[in-house]
Design a protein around this ligand. Structure first.
Ligand SMILES: CC(C)(COP(=O)(O)OP(=O)(O)OC[C@H]1O[C@@H](n2cnc3c(N)ncnc32)[C@H](O)[C@@H]1OP(=O)(O)O)[C@@H](O)C(=O)NCCC(=O)NCCS
Length: 157
């Protein structure tokens, strides 16, 4: 069994869309996938035996009013992380996360943030096991879901 990660490019971004649409309750628009190609080292596919089965897309968020701040003040926000149900529990989610932790270290970014539905207990447990701490909740975050509340999870790197 071999697992690997690789960059998202114009030729494979459709796979990221397929994976997200089959794995996540929220839908992302065309702009999200256009941005995924432009995001370069902030967006990856995860492979099982060379088949693309997982994906992560992140963005760097600078503090307000600090556009030219150095990366030490920035946060890496995980916009999506998903693995197709049939390919879970093979370490692909962990590999995608460790790739972006590595990118944070290279860019000298010290914090990773993700929002997770408060109802997604499995994902909450998964992130907490990997060093994320819940710092709060956001009401009205998931406009497409019946329970709109998101947990805010933060990992120091
Ligand atoms: C959360 C998610 C990304 C995890 O992906 P994954 O590929 O299953 O993650 P991993 O395989 O790394 O970890 C899952 C479990 O498998 C175990 N595992 C890792 N490698 C393994 C292997 N080779 N064989 C068997 N089990 C393994 C891990 O120990 C882990 O168990 P733990 O959490 O109790 O430690 C995936 O479940 C998912 O897509 N969920 C739906 C989308 C979602 O909720 N996303 C989060 C909000 S954006």
């Amino acid at each position: 069994m071999s697992i690997a990660v690789d960059n998202v490019v114009a030729n494979n971004v459709a796979m990221l869309r397929c994976i997200n649409e089959r794995s996540l309750p929220v839908k992302f628009d065309a702009k999200f996938y256009e941005g995924a190609v432009e995001a370069k080292d902030l967006c990856y596919l995860g492979f099982y035996e060379e088949i693309p089965v997982g994906g992560i897309r992140c963005e760097l968020v600078m503090p307000e009013g600090a556009k030219n701040a150095d990366n030490a003040a920035a946060k890496l926000y995980i916009m999506s992380l998903a693995v197709l149900p049939a390919y879970r529990r093979h370490g692909i989610g962990s590999l995608l996360l460790s790739k972006v932790v590595e990118v944070c270290r290279e860019k000298k970014v010290h914090e990773i943030v993700i929002h997770v539905s408060v109802e997604n207990e499995d994902a909450l447990a998964w992130y907490k096991k990997r060093g994320f701490e819940q710092t709060g909740t956001l009401e009205g975050y998931y406009k497409q879901l019946s329970n709109t509340k998101a947990a805010v999870l933060v990992k120091k790197v």
